[in-house]
Design a binder for this molecule. Structure first.
Ligand code: 5GP
Length: 141
Protein backbone atom coordinates (compact mmCIF):
# COMPACT_ATOMS: atom_id res chain seq x y z
CA UNK A 1 0.00 0.00 0.00
CA UNK A 2 1.21 3.53 -0.76
CA UNK A 3 1.96 5.94 2.08
CA UNK A 4 -0.92 8.19 3.08
CA UNK A 5 -1.29 11.21 5.31
CA UNK A 6 -2.63 8.83 7.98
CA UNK A 7 0.69 6.90 8.03
CA UNK A 8 2.39 10.18 8.89
CA UNK A 9 -0.19 10.92 11.59
CA UNK A 10 0.32 7.42 13.03
CA UNK A 11 4.08 8.02 13.22
CA UNK A 12 3.57 11.45 14.80
CA UNK A 13 5.14 13.26 11.84
CA UNK A 14 1.94 15.27 11.33
CA UNK A 15 -0.02 16.48 14.37
CA UNK A 16 -3.59 15.49 15.13
CA UNK A 17 -6.10 16.04 17.89
CA UNK A 18 -5.78 12.57 19.38
CA UNK A 19 -8.89 11.06 20.96
CA UNK A 20 -7.83 7.44 21.55
CA UNK A 21 -4.82 5.23 20.93
CA UNK A 22 -3.96 1.62 21.64
CA UNK A 23 -1.67 -0.96 20.02
CA UNK A 24 -3.99 -1.45 17.00
CA UNK A 25 -6.16 1.68 16.79
CA UNK A 26 -5.87 5.47 16.63
CA UNK A 27 -8.79 7.93 16.78
CA UNK A 28 -8.47 11.65 16.11
CA UNK A 29 -10.59 14.63 15.06
CA UNK A 30 -11.23 15.08 11.34
CA UNK A 31 -9.44 18.18 10.02
CA UNK A 32 -12.53 19.19 7.96
CA UNK A 33 -15.45 18.18 10.20
CA UNK A 34 -18.97 18.06 8.79
CA UNK A 35 -20.24 18.28 12.38
CA UNK A 36 -18.74 19.34 15.69
CA UNK A 37 -16.83 16.33 17.05
CA UNK A 38 -16.44 14.50 13.69
CA UNK A 39 -13.87 11.84 14.56
CA UNK A 40 -11.86 9.33 12.52
CA UNK A 41 -10.96 5.86 13.80
CA UNK A 42 -8.16 4.09 11.94
CA UNK A 43 -6.21 0.86 12.28
CA UNK A 44 -2.46 1.04 12.81
CA UNK A 45 -2.27 -1.63 10.07
CA UNK A 46 -1.84 0.13 6.71
CA UNK A 47 -4.72 -1.45 4.72
CA UNK A 48 -6.18 0.71 1.92
CA UNK A 49 -9.75 -0.60 2.14
CA UNK A 50 -11.82 -2.56 4.65
CA UNK A 51 -11.88 -5.76 2.60
CA UNK A 52 -8.07 -5.89 2.87
CA UNK A 53 -7.94 -5.41 6.63
CA UNK A 54 -6.91 -8.32 8.88
CA UNK A 55 -9.47 -9.90 11.20
CA UNK A 56 -7.31 -8.87 14.17
CA UNK A 57 -7.31 -5.17 13.27
CA UNK A 58 -11.01 -5.27 12.37
CA UNK A 59 -11.80 -6.86 15.73
CA UNK A 60 -9.68 -4.25 17.54
CA UNK A 61 -11.53 -1.40 15.85
CA UNK A 62 -14.93 -3.02 16.35
CA UNK A 63 -14.31 -3.47 20.05
CA UNK A 64 -13.54 0.24 20.65
CA UNK A 65 -15.98 1.89 18.21
CA UNK A 66 -18.90 1.93 20.69
CA UNK A 67 -16.72 3.37 23.49
CA UNK A 68 -15.23 6.08 21.26
CA UNK A 69 -18.73 6.87 19.96
CA UNK A 70 -19.96 7.34 23.52
CA UNK A 71 -17.11 9.78 24.23
CA UNK A 72 -17.87 11.73 21.03
CA UNK A 73 -21.56 11.95 21.95
CA UNK A 74 -20.91 13.00 25.55
CA UNK A 75 -18.31 15.62 24.53
CA UNK A 76 -20.63 17.14 21.92
CA UNK A 77 -23.89 16.77 23.82
CA UNK A 78 -25.33 14.80 20.90
CA UNK A 79 -27.35 11.59 20.97
CA UNK A 80 -27.68 10.83 17.24
CA UNK A 81 -24.77 9.95 14.95
CA UNK A 82 -23.65 8.10 11.83
CA UNK A 83 -20.69 5.79 11.31
CA UNK A 84 -19.43 6.09 7.74
CA UNK A 85 -16.76 3.99 6.07
CA UNK A 86 -15.84 4.68 2.42
CA UNK A 87 -13.91 2.28 0.18
CA UNK A 88 -12.64 3.33 -3.25
CA UNK A 89 -12.66 6.71 -4.99
CA UNK A 90 -16.12 6.24 -6.59
CA UNK A 91 -17.39 5.50 -3.08
CA UNK A 92 -15.99 8.86 -1.88
CA UNK A 93 -12.77 7.55 -0.29
CA UNK A 94 -10.04 10.20 -0.47
CA UNK A 95 -7.46 8.80 1.97
CA UNK A 96 -6.49 5.23 1.11
CA UNK A 97 -5.94 3.98 4.64
CA UNK A 98 -9.02 2.36 6.23
CA UNK A 99 -10.97 4.76 8.43
CA UNK A 100 -14.33 4.93 10.13
CA UNK A 101 -15.99 8.34 10.46
CA UNK A 102 -17.98 8.93 13.66
CA UNK A 103 -20.22 11.87 12.76
CA UNK A 104 -22.57 13.45 15.29
CA UNK A 105 -26.01 14.38 13.88
CA UNK A 106 -27.12 17.27 16.10
CA UNK A 107 -29.71 18.62 13.64
CA UNK A 108 -30.93 18.41 10.03
CA UNK A 109 -28.26 20.82 8.73
CA UNK A 110 -25.09 19.44 10.33
CA UNK A 111 -23.56 15.99 9.98
CA UNK A 112 -24.15 13.41 7.28
CA UNK A 113 -26.80 14.12 4.65
CA UNK A 114 -28.49 11.26 2.83
CA UNK A 115 -29.40 13.16 -0.33
CA UNK A 116 -28.64 10.26 -2.68
CA UNK A 117 -30.11 6.97 -1.41
CA UNK A 118 -31.43 5.24 -4.55
CA UNK A 119 -33.55 2.61 -2.80
CA UNK A 120 -35.81 0.25 -4.74
CA UNK A 121 -37.64 -2.95 -3.80
CA UNK A 122 -35.56 -6.13 -3.77
CA UNK A 123 -36.20 -8.89 -6.34
CA UNK A 124 -36.52 -11.87 -3.96
CA UNK A 125 -35.60 -14.56 -6.50
CA UNK A 126 -32.48 -12.66 -7.46
CA UNK A 127 -31.79 -11.91 -3.77
CA UNK A 128 -31.94 -15.62 -2.84
CA UNK A 129 -29.36 -16.48 -5.53
CA UNK A 130 -27.14 -13.56 -4.57
CA UNK A 131 -27.17 -14.41 -0.85
CA UNK A 132 -26.34 -18.07 -1.69
CA UNK A 133 -23.40 -16.89 -3.77
CA UNK A 134 -22.16 -14.73 -0.90
CA UNK A 135 -22.47 -17.64 1.56
CA UNK A 136 -20.37 -19.77 -0.79
CA UNK A 137 -17.65 -17.10 -1.02
CA UNK A 138 -17.69 -16.72 2.77
CA UNK A 139 -17.30 -20.47 3.24
CA UNK A 140 -14.09 -20.49 1.19
CA UNK A 141 -12.59 -17.26 2.64
P1 5GP B 1 -12.82 9.82 3.13
O1 5GP B 1 -13.48 10.73 2.15
O2 5GP B 1 -11.57 9.19 2.56
O3 5GP B 1 -13.76 8.80 3.70
O4 5GP B 1 -12.40 10.73 4.35
C1 5GP B 1 -11.11 11.19 4.59
C2 5GP B 1 -11.21 12.17 5.74
O5 5GP B 1 -9.90 12.45 6.19
C3 5GP B 1 -11.84 13.50 5.35
O6 5GP B 1 -13.00 13.74 6.14
C4 5GP B 1 -10.75 14.53 5.62
O7 5GP B 1 -11.23 15.74 6.14
C5 5GP B 1 -9.84 13.80 6.59
N1 5GP B 1 -8.45 14.21 6.51
C6 5GP B 1 -7.70 14.31 5.38
N2 5GP B 1 -6.45 14.72 5.69
C7 5GP B 1 -6.41 14.87 7.05
C8 5GP B 1 -5.39 15.28 7.95
O8 5GP B 1 -4.26 15.59 7.58
N3 5GP B 1 -5.71 15.31 9.26
C9 5GP B 1 -6.96 14.96 9.72
N4 5GP B 1 -7.18 15.03 11.03
N5 5GP B 1 -7.95 14.58 8.89
C10 5GP B 1 -7.68 14.53 7.56
Amino acid sequence: MEETIFSKILRGEIPCHEVYRDEHVLAFLDIQPIAHGHTLVIPVEPAATLDRLSDASAAAIGSVLPRISRAVLKATGTKDFNVLQNNGAPAHQTVFHVHFHIIPKPNAEEGLGMGGWPAKDIDHAEGAALAAQMRAYLAED
